[in-house]
Design a protein around this ligand. Structure first.
Ligand SMILES: Nc1ncnc2c1ncn2[C@@H]1O[C@H](COP(=O)(O)OP(=O)(O)OP(=O)(O)O)[C@@H](O)[C@H]1O
Ligand SMILES: [Mg+2]
Length: 242
């Protein structure tokens, strides 16, 4: 399946990358109001890698990290170069945060949430501070990386009943998200994680769309999500027939 095509024009603002103080007060307050709603802020000194980090940690970006003070496990999603979806993702995570606070999204709805943002000073000046990544609620999957996504796990699942249950669960999670006025966006099995207890979680609100799951004209809409949901249901049912 092709990678997601990202269409977001707001991103030049992040690429320009103003300084921390300005970032938080000018840019952020104009566009995202980060300082008003992001639940927690960390520097990289305030997070650490777990003891079971990858085999060659120097050559990997961090994935699972631990917030030192609270000992909370998080998934680190770095901004990196070409982070076109970052603004869209933060807007979606903000909507999810608000909807959870107001009760329109159940606090146990299985959607990934923002735990906090990581900022780092990358040069000698105060103005060299940047948001370098998001800390997301950590979803414990049976296998690491892409192998823990529904895209891969579903192929190993033998039980038709189980695949059918997943289709219904996913539909319910998506229904809750839409009720909270949030769009999944790049809806596809690769953006669903299967946790240790075989529950599904929606991840990746970075926008864009993947041909084959969401049609170009429906991208970024509820209709696009629902169109993909139907395709995912059919795909799961076909796997059950094999
Ligand atoms: N909250 C999370 N908990 C645990 N793992 C996560 C979480 N979010 C993402 N991941 C892991 O990171 C992978 C990529 O996540 P995501 O789909 O959000 O990023 P992406 O923007 O599509 O990046 P990529 O292009 O690398 O796939 C997932 O397949 C999963 O392995
Ligand atoms: Mg993804």
């Amino acid at each position: 399946m092709a990678a997601a095509i990202v269409r977001l024009n707001l991103t030049s603002a992040i690429a320009a990358g103003p300084a921390s103080t300005e970032f938080l007060t000018v840019f952020a307050s104009e566009l995202l109001n980060l300082s008003e709603w992001v639940p927690r802020w960390f520097t990289s000194y305030e997070i650490e890698l777990p003891a079971d980090a990858e085999e060659h940690p120097l050559l990997h970006g961090p994935s699972k990290v631990i917030a030192k003070e609270s000992r909370t496990e998080c998934f680190f999603k770095g901004l990196g170069a070409g982070s076109e979806g970052t603004i869209g993702e933060l807007v979606a995570l903000h909507t999810i945060e608000n909807a959870t606070k107001s009760g329109s999204l159940a606090s146990d709805a299985r959607v990934c949430r923002l735990y906090g943002l990581v900022v780092d000073t990358l040069g000698p000046h105060r103005s060299d501070t940047r948001v370098v990544g998001m800390l997301l609620s950590y979803i414990k999957t049976k296998r690491r990386g892409i192998l823990g996504t529904l895209q891969y796990v579903a192929h190993e699942e033998q039980s038709r009943k189980h695949l059918h249950r997943w289709a219904n669960d996913l539909n319910n999670i998506l229904g809750g998200l839409h009720k909270a006025r949030c769009i999944w966006g790049d809806a596809k099995p690769e953006n669903v994680l299967v946790d240790n207890e075989d529950n599904l979680w929606l991840i990746d609100f970075g926008g864009g769309y993947t041909p084959g799951w969401v049609g170009e004209e429906q991208q970024g809409t509820q209709r696009g999500d629902l169109e993909a949901m139907e395709k995912i249901r059919q795909w799961l049912e076909q796997l059950g027939d094999q």
